[in-house]
Ligand binder design. Structure first.
Ligand code: NAG
Ligand code: NAG
Ligand code: NAG
Ligand code: NAG
Ligand code: NAG
Ligand code: NAG
Ligand code: FE2
Length: 454
């Protein structure tokens, strides 16, 4: 993947070397995380001929009244229909989707179905069924409340999950967290199939079966990471993001985007912008133009909480992927300050870190102003690439801890963001070693638009 690493080395780096925050004294046992074997319980294929598997949902429109249901059938295309309704026994509505498939080196995918349920009632539990004949499967989800400034809503934050025993522990901790996440904001790097020879895409299927127990029941909002590239020119695979874009559809057109890799959704009191670290983002590129038009559209009287998801962090004090997010930061950071983005969540670095509210927008390479400064209009940057994938923990930190870094710890875990109203959101990070309700780092966030002085 070396070709994808940007030439950050040529940029002077802006890191203050004093007055740092907390480096947690908690030290996790080291040692590699190993993938769960193919015959693990979490990878079990559901019984029945052509049974739908890898069922997953995500938001299906811009406002929260749509749900995009996806699933895979292995034996034959089967049905593209989703039956759904508000009563378990009476699935009175139906929607028709599409089916796709792809080949990757010598792997041929199953039949990948995508079907959007539209114009659902807000704040309502729906039951839905996929499959036909004897092998139907039923699941349920709850739609979010209507978009509004004081609507409480709870997001989970998971990144770089993979499919190791640690990944399973992270997902279990998320599911068992007493602060019940209603939607996951997923910050990229899903299956890590690319760790296998020829990116053995069977590991995309196992990942889909592993996470079904959560994502069939609540939407995960997808961000693409470097492990979604699946770029293998050495064995003839030259189309980046092929498995990911076939398997994980998102409602990008609803936000005027031209690519699955960057888009936005509104959900309850939050406006969520998803960016792609591994797509062009320089001036005049489609992603740049889209973001430039997107930020002014956010109405903070409607959605006070402006949240950005991006895989590669802009503020990262670990010696892993150090400065990789720097060129994207230089392109977009001044916009984030101008539009008072509240929070930026990233993954990529397999550890946890939370920043102070800082910006580094005065810096222009030659003026020497290379240290981030306190900035009340700036977002807090949070790295949650600690899902527990096969590559193991990032435990080598830059020393001393830079001033912009408020808290950092090399442990696997997940976080939750519990939005209370337009001014207050409670945020907590949980490490996998602890009990389900133990909190390892927490903070109250005050909204940048409604309570900027705090
Ligand atoms: C694909 O190629 C790999 C490596 O040669 C081999 O191990 C695997 O069995 C092949 N898979 C299929 C489906 O042919
Ligand atoms: C459904 O299951 C029944 C009982 O096991 C079987 O007799 C029937 O052939 C099955 N139908 C189909 C379409 O597979
Ligand atoms: C994964 O976690 C679940 C829930 O804790 C557990 O039931 C299952 O046995 C675990 N599987 C593996 C392979 O660790
Ligand atoms: C912003 O949202 C509020 C609340 O829904 C609405 O009253 C107002 O008209 C919107 N402003 C714009 C510019 O659309
Ligand atoms: C930590 O990273 C630094 C910088 O890349 C490197 O020089 C050092 O050897 C690393 N330390 C360990 C223990 O790996
Ligand atoms: C917003 O939520 C916080 C935390 O629950 C609470 O203290 C505050 O009073 C709420 N604000 C309003 C206007 O209700
Ligand atoms: Fe990554």
């Amino acid at each position: 993947m070396g070709v994808w690493v940007l030439l950050v080395g040529i940029l002077l780096h802006g890191v203050a070397l004093c007055n740092g925050g907390i480096t947690s004294s908690f030290v996790r046992k080291t040692g590699m995380s190993v993938d769960m074997p193919l015959d693990s319980d979490v990878f079990r294929v559901p019984p029945g001929y052509n049974a739908p598997q890898q069922v997953h949902i995500t938001q299906g429109d811009h406002e929260g009244r749509g749900v995009l249901v996806s699933w895979v059938t292995m034996d034959e295309p089967g049905s593209n229909t989703v039956l759904y309704g508000t009563s378990k026994d009476k699935l009175e509505f139906r929607a028709e989707g599409i089916v796709t498939s792809y080949k990757y080196y010598n792997y041929t995918s199953g039949f990948i179905h995508h079907c959007t349920l539209k114009k659902l009632e807000y704040d309502t539990t729906y039951y839905y069924e996929v499959g036909i004949g004897n092998t139907t499967r039923q699941f349920w989800f709850r739609t979010p409340p209507k978009v509004g400034p004081d609507v409480p809503y709870t997001f989970g934050l998971i990144g770089d999950l993979g499919q190791t025993f640690d990944s399973n522990s992270t997902l279990t901790h998320y599911e068992s967290n007493p602060i019940k996440g209603q939607t996951v904001l997923y910050v990229g790097d899903l299956s890590y199939a690319d760790n296998y020879p020829f990116h053995n895409n069977i590991r995309w299927d196992t990942w889909g079966r592993f996470v079904e127990r959560s994502v069939a029941y609540q939407p995960w909002i997808w961000t693409a990471g470097n492990h979604e590239l699946d770029f293998g020119p050495e064995f003839g695979e030259r189309v980046p993001f092929k498995p990911f874009t076939h398997r994980y559809h998102v409602p990008y057109r609803a936000s005027g985007s031209t690519s699955q890799l960057w888009y936005s959704v509104k959900r309850a009191s939050a406006y969520i912008i998803v960016l792609s670290s591994y797509s062009a983002y320089g001036k005049y590129t489609p992603q740049y133009q889209w973001l430039e038009q997107e930020l002014p559209k956010v109405n903070r009287s409607e959605t006070p909480w402006l949240i950005v998801l991006v895989h590669s962090p802009w503020y990262n004090s670990y010696n892993y992927h150090y400065m990789e997010g720097e060129t994207m930061r230089v392109m977009y950071e001044s916009w984030f300050v101008q539009y008072k983005v509240d929070l930026v969540f990233a993954g990529h670095v397999h550890a946890y870190e939370r920043s102070e509210r800082v910006s580094n927008i005065a810096y222009n390479i030659v003026n020497g102003k290379c240290s981030p400064v306190d900035d009340t209009s700036a977002p807090v940057y949070i790295t949650v690439g600690d899902g527990g994938n096969i590559e193991g923990l990032a435990n080598n930190m830059t020393e001393p801890q830079p001033a912009y870094s408020a808290f950092r710890e090399a442990s696997f875990g997940h976080a939750v963001l519990d939005i209370k109203n337009r001014t207050h959101a409670y945020y907590a990070w949980h490490r996998n070693q602890d009990g389900f309700s133990a909190v390892a780092d927490s903070v109250w966030f005050f909204n940048r638009y409604w309570q900027p002085d705090n």
